[in-house]
Each structure stands twice: as C-alpha cells, then as structure tokens.
Design a protein around this ligand. Structure first.
Ligand code: G6P
Length: 617
C-alpha cells in the first residue's frame, strides 16, 4: 500500500518520479506528491490529492527542476485524502522531506511531545511526525559530515517509533543524497550507471535498470548518484545481494489493452503454462516442485496441510484444499491469514503450512508465515513476486512465474495459484495411492488447459452482451458446489471489487438456508455448474431460483445444451476433469465482472478504496 520512488542522478528527477508513480499507482491513488532538490540547497515540493493526473497538472503549471527527488502515491490510513495529507511531509525547518509507507503506531504520543517543544503540524498523518522527529534529531546533532548526520538522525528517530515503515528522506543541506529504511514495508534499491533509485516496487524502476537490491527488514540505505551503502538501522553491517529483475518494462505496460485487468485476463493461457512449465514429470506421472526443498520422505510424512492467504489467494487456497484432499487424501485446511496469525490453531509437528500471495508482501500473510515459523513449522510460499519478503523469508516454495500483475483485481495470479496447487496435490497424491493412470491423465489435462482457456477468451464479446443485460442489477449471487464453491466466492469478490455492487458467493445448496430470500427478478444468480458429479443437484437449485423469477446466468460444459431451456443465459466452457474445473470456470466470471464494471463507468484497474498490495494492518 502506497508507493515510493526516489531518484538521484544526472537526469531531471521530476519526469522519472512521475513515470515511476504512474507504474506504482496501483498501490494507492488517494494523492501523490514529490520533492526535488536542485543541488543548491533548496527543496521544492508539489503534492495534490486525487489521481496522479492532478499532480501532473500542478507540475505543468508550476514545474520543479533538479536531479534528486523523492515521491509518493498514497493509500490513506491516517487522515483523509487531501493536499495537506499528501506526501512528502516536511519537518519543522521545512528543509527535510520524507515519504513514508506503513503506520507509525505511537505517532500520537510523539506528536504530543513534539508539540510541547513547539513543533507545528500541518497534516493529520502519522508520517509527518516521523519527518519532524528526524528533522529534530538532525538539527540537534553536530559535525561537518552532513551526510552522516542525516543518516544518524534517521537511525535515531527510527529507534523511537513503533510500527512499520518504508521511507525515503532528503535534506536541503545535503543535495544529491537520499536515505531509505524499511521495516514491514517493501523497499528496493535500483542500481544504474551514474544514477540510483529507491522504490517500493521494482515495476517503478525496471525501465531504468534491472539491477536491484531487495532490502530486508531493518535495513537502512543511503544513496548518491554514484554510490550506495546498505547497513542495518542500528549501524551494523547488513548482507545484501544484487538481483536481476525478472521481467521487462513492456510486461508492466497495458500494451494494446484498455485496462491491465483485461490484459492480465488474456495473458492466462501463457501464465498458466508458465506455472506448470518444467514441472510435469511424465515418466513418474507426477509433478516436480523442487523449490519446496523437501525430501520424498519428508513429503510422505506430511499428515496435515494448512493453506493461508488473503482475498483471491484465500479462494485459490480453498480450491487447493479440495484438490489435495481429493487427490492426496491429506487433511487440509484453509486459514484466512489475518485470523491464523491471532488464532491459537493447534498444529502438530507433521503439519505443513503454505502461505499463498501474489505480491509476497501482504502484511497479514507475512505475519501468518512468521507465526507459523515461530511455532517451529516449515512454512512454504506460493508467490508471484520474485524477491518479495515472503519469497525470501519462507522456508522454500514455488513461484508462479506469472509476470507482473498490476490490475488491482487479481486474475492471472488466481489461475496460476490453482495450477501450482494442482501440481502439489498431484505430487502428494502420487506419493500415496494415486494411480499412474490417473496421474498421466492429470498431466494431459494440465497441458491442455492453456488451449481451453483460449477458447473461453474467444467468447469475450458474448459475455459482454450478457453483462450489459444486467447493468442495472443492484446485486448478484454466485453459486457453485464442491470445487466450484471457491470459484463462486471469487466471482462475487471480482464483482464487488470493481463494480461496487453487492455480490455474494455461496455453496449452491446453502441457497435454501437464507440466500434464497435475496432472489428477485432484479438480482441475477450466476450458477457455476459444469457437467460434473453434482450437476443434477445444481439443476434443482437453479430451478428453485427460476421458480422465484430470479434471472440465471449458467456456466456449464460445452455440449450441455439442456440448460438453454431454463437459464436466461448460458456460457460454455470446455470439458475438463472436475478438480481442474475452477481454472476454466473462473475465466467467464473475470470477464463478466470486467465488462460489467466498464459498462458502469467504474475505474477497473483502480477500484475505489482498494490497493493491490495490502501492507498495513
Ligand atoms: C488485496 C488485493 C486482492 C488480493 C489480496 C491478497 O486485497 O486487492 O486482489 O487478492 O490483496 O494479495 P496477495 O498479494 O497476498 O495475493
């Protein structure tokens, strides 16, 4: 949540910062701002509430010049979205500028203390308190090495705060110098030639450099155009690695698509293929997930599995639960990460915990991982973002290899997560009772998924027509059973997130236990009902909705034309084995919510109040 980019080099900083903020806007879009230094001890700040375009307009009217700057795009936590609450924040002397992601939990106590000393605050944010605290420490320090005075002031202030931070700081006394630090909020250093960057996400800097250092918690970094130093916030040495960013700048652009969400929906044939590429082992009729780092004996000893995640990742986990229990017969549970971290869930020693996260930075998922590790469990990650905190701190795991996902509503990460979980279920199943024949069939079916997804994507126009029919619907129900119960939850989440209508997902048979009260001619029900073992049961439920004049959109298997008699609209998906069905059935739901949202004039890629990566509690 919130995005930071800082630049120090020989080019004009403002265009680089604004372009970086454009790429980071998915992390928050309540306001944006920058501070630039022109090398002659003066600091120019521009900030504006609302979308980045407002800052751009301000910069056209009132440009800033300089080769060093820091900037921020905000997702509001403390204080409403306003110009005053936008970052950067200045200290009392107005010579120090700071941008901050995270939450300073003891900010009120610190603010009271500083106010008693005469500090005046212009915003309601916790971040401004940190700017004042660092500024005060700098002003109270002595010495001629101004750079090291600033570094010490940052250290000194950070010792006094509790909470989380990813920060970038500049001081007018020290031109061409940026200090950054992180605890709980991601921060990456980008190393260029004669220029260096600091950002909360590599997507902001990938068009300038692919050499990156993913800072660890409690790291502090200071940068000039030609040099960088990474230390611990306490001043001790900190080991770091220079990594290569694994995606191209083009991958982080919309290309020919009007929205990132649509681009990412259409990338799924490739992203699913990338999730299983090199992981199918034909001669063993099994899967290879080498990153788990477990011996066959250790995998054989697993007696229970816990899958943790938030939002879409938790829905993928639910599909995983059904798949692992079905294919491997290992008791599996899904824990919402925010609950798991505070619940005293009894886990025995043969329990394997997985945390599932696209970003690898979601604070609750991260905390769940650490809680699992604290209890002595091996916690494995299923993560998309290479170098993210979960990727680094987990005890092994599997990458999704989906490429950057920028649309706030997760799409391709869901199908990739389910694909990796299917491989895990197959691997565990083949170590137990799953037959060679069944294993081979699954491998064949997994390989066929990308082509089947293509066939569904070809129906985008027809799905758009269906979405337009229901454009005034005040709400929508999503119903599915077994493997498609989580898909129903995911379909409802997509609809809520980007269209702002009430939508709820249910296990179809639960309809009679309350949900049926919501059925009316204005509220469509989306049934996910492929021709599977529960198909007939779903037909009965569908009839119950129709008997109450509820419109029905049915998603079913190609060739099953029976439903055209009873449902108002039918969307067909290719036949696939039951446990893999959610990978196909979710695609029409993604397209339905996308077209619905566009037709209602919503901002698909930046839905109100949401942010892609939730890094605050
Ligand atoms: C936010 C996003 C969701 C996402 C969830 C978990 O709520 O809006 O789309 O599913 O975070 O994110 P993660 O990066 O951990 O998968």
């Amino acid at each position: 949540m919130c995005g930071i980019i800082g630049y120090v080099g020989k080019s004009s900083a403002a265009p680089i910062l604004v372009d970086g903020l454009r790429r980071l806007e998915y992390r928050g879009y309540d306001s944006s701002g920058l501070a630039v230094m022109n090398g002659s001890s003066s600091l120019a700040t521009r900030k504006k509430s609302g979308r980045l375009v407002n800052l751009k307009t301000l910069l056209t009217e009132s440009p800033v010049a300089g080769n060093c700057g820091i900037s921020h795009t905000r997702w509001a936590t403390h204080g409403e979205p306003s110009d005053a609450n936008a970052h950067p924040h200045l200290d009392q002397s107005a010579k120090l500028a700071l941008v901050h992601n995270g939450v300073i939990e003891n900010y009120q106590t610190l603010k009271n203390l500083l106010e008693k000393e005469g500090h005046e605050f212009v915003s309601q944010t916790d971040s401004e308190v940190l700017a004042h605290l660092i500024g005060r420490a700098y002003d109270n320090s002595e010495g001629t090495d101004l750079k090291m005075r600033l570094v010490s002031a940052v250290r000194d202030a950070l010792k006094q705060v509790s909470g989380t931070y990813g920060i970038a700081v500049m001081h007018a006394d020290v031109p061409g110098f940026i200090v950054g630090a992180r605890l709980g909020s991601p921060l990456v250093v980008g190393l260029g030639k004669g220029e260096n960057f600091l950002a909360s996400d590599v997507s902001a800097i990938v068009s300038h450099t692919t050499n990156a250092i993913y800072l660890q918690d409690r790291d502090l970094v200071y940068l000039t155009a030609d040099e960088f130093t990474v230390e611990n916030v306490d001043g001790a040495e900190s080991a770091y690695e220079v990594s290569q960013v694994d995606f191209t700048p083009e991958q982080a652009e919309k290309g020919k698509y009007p929205h990132f969400m649509l681009k990412e929906i259409f990338e799924q044939p490739t992203s699913i293929q990338n999730a299983f590429r090199g992981r199918l082992v034909d001669d063993q009729a099994s899967a290879l997930l080498g990153g788990l780092g477990l011996t066959p004996r250790q995998l054989r000893d697993v007696e229970r599995i816990v899958l943790c995640g938030c939002g879409t990742a938790s829905h993928a986990a639910m599909v995983g639960e059904y798949m692992i229990e079905h294919l491997a017969r290992i008791p599996t549970e899904v824990e919402i990460a925010s609950e798991f971290r505070y619940r005293n869930s009894p886990l025995d020693k043969n329990t394997l915990v997985f945390v599932i996260s696209q970003s690898g930075e979601t604070i609750d998922t991260l905390a769940a991982m650490r809680e699992g590790q604290r209890k002595g469990h091996r916690v494995l990650g299923i993560v998309n973002s290479v170098g993210s905190t979960i990727a680094r701190e987990s005890d092994g795991g599997s990458y999704l290899h989906s490429g950057p996902e920028i649309g706030v509503a997760a799409t391709k990460s869901f199908t990739s997560q389910v694909t990796v979980l299917a491989l895990l279920a197959l691997l565990l199943g083949r170590m137990r009772h799953l037959s060679v024949d069944y294993g081979q069939r699954l491998l064949r079916e997994i390989r066929e998924l990308p082509a089947k997804v293509e066939k569904i994507l070809e129906q985008t126009d027809a799905i758009r027509e269906i979405a337009l029919k229901y454009i005034d619907a005040p709400g929508m129900l999503f119903l599915g059973r077994q493997f498609n119960y989580p898909t129903a939850l995911e379909g409802a989440l997509k609809m809520k997130e980007i269209s702002y209508i009430f939508a709820s997902g249910h296990a179809a048979a639960e309809l009679k236990h309350g949900v049926i009260a919501l059925v009316s001619p204005e509220v469509p029900s989306v049934f996910i009902m492929p021709r599977d073992s529960v198909y007939e049961k779903n037909v009965s439920t569908l009839e119950e909705v129709k008997a109450r004049k509820g419109p029905v959109i049915a998603i079913t298997t190609e060739g099953n034309t029976d439903l055209e008699r009873i449902a108002d609209d039918v969307i067909y998906i290719p036949e696939v084995t039951e446990c893999l069905n959610p990978i196909l059935s979710v695609i029409p739901l993604q397209l339905l919510s996308y077209h619905f949202s566009v037709a209602r004039g919503c901002d698909v890629d930046k839905p109100r109040n949401l942010a892609k990566s939730v890094t605050v509690e």
